[in-house]
Write a protein that binds this ligand. Structure first.
Ligand SMILES: Nc1ncnc2c1ncn2[C@@H]1O[C@H](COP(=O)(O)OP(=O)(O)OP(=O)(O)O)[C@@H](O)[C@H]1O
Ligand SMILES: [Mg+2]
Length: 257
């Protein structure tokens, strides 16, 4: 089993959309995939039509004493081979508890360890904040995927994110291969093209050599949670991005062996 964290401290860069497309692609290729929604705003959970009231059982239960496991919390979806652990608003309260309750940063890692043989891939959709939930994901993940836009502010956000990942990597003493995925790319803007070049120079080898374009067909997250195929430039780009990520991930595995 391999866990991929999809994270960026910056909001609205396409994390949830990326998580959905990678998960769809992996499940449709025959892998057993588990999605874990770590964002208290629960966009991924809502996209799958899970009602928020009353709050569903989900990720928050991993941090308590209920004995809930990822297997017991995983619910089926309309896509074969794809299961989801829902997010609840109560996740937001964990940030406060984390300061006083030692060991809370490793809860997800322990839960993943226990679910190990049941899935081939676990994808962790992170909130856009550097807090306990993201730290849990970075501490537990085998790979990090960082979707980023290509404007100037986003490049600063990306640098912050990769610094955070490096810090976690040092403290857990296990490599965290990290990959950058340019998203929401508009090739009509000169700054977009310039910043994409900058990205490749700065993070050589770790940036997907293309970009996911702005595509209005990707705006409807509910459509992305249905089994029907999705066509268009955005979906095609995500298919190629997944193939690249799998190749990079295999190369990292071989290097580590
Ligand atoms: N390639 C794309 N083309 C057009 N719209 C997109 C594309 N990627 C994402 N979007 C839209 O942009 C918005 C933000 O995307 P998304 O929710 O995936 O970002 P996020 O990083 O998960 O946001 P948050 O930080 O709030 O969790 C959503 O409305 C989504 O549908
Ligand atoms: Mg999101």
């Amino acid at each position: 089993m391999q866990a991929w964290a999809i994270a960026n401290q910056k909001g609205g860069v396409g994390k949830t959309t990326t998580t959905l497309f990678l998960a769809r692609g992996l499940a449709m290729a025959g892998h057993r995939v588990l999605l874990v929604d770590l964002d208290p705003h629960a966009s991924l959970t809502r996209a799958f039509g899970v009602p928020g009231d009353p709050p569903p059982a989900g990720t928050h239960d991993l941090f308590g004493s209920s004995g809930a496991t990822l297997s017991s919390l995983a619910r089926g979806t309309s896509i074969d081979g794809l299961k989801l652990v829902a997010a609840q608003p109560a996740l937001a309260t964990l940030e406060r508890r984390g300061a006083t309750q030692p060991g809370l940063g490793l809860s997800l890692g322990r839960a993943l360890h226990a679910v190990h043989p049941a899935f081939d891939y676990v994808l962790l959709d992170c909130p856009p904040t550097l807090g306990l939930l993201m730290i849990n994901a970075l501490a537990a993940a085998d790979r990090l995927v960082v979707p980023t836009q290509t404007d100037q502010l986003a490049l600063h956000g990306l640098a912050d994110m990769l610094r955070t990942a490096q810090m976690v990597e040092r403290s857990r003493r296990r490599p965290l291969p990290s990959y950058v995925l340019p998203t929401l790319y508009d090739r009509r803007t000169r700054s977009g093209i310039h910043n994409l070049d900058l990205l490749h120079d700065r993070y050589e080898g770790r940036v997907w050599p293309a970009a996911v374009p702005v595509d209005t067909r990707l705006r409807d997250a509910n459509a992305l949670t249905q089994a029907a195929p999705i066509t268009g430039r955005g979906a095609d780009a995500y298919r190629r991005a997944l193939a690249w990520l799998l190749a990079q991930s295999d190369a990292a595995q071989r290097q580590a062996a």
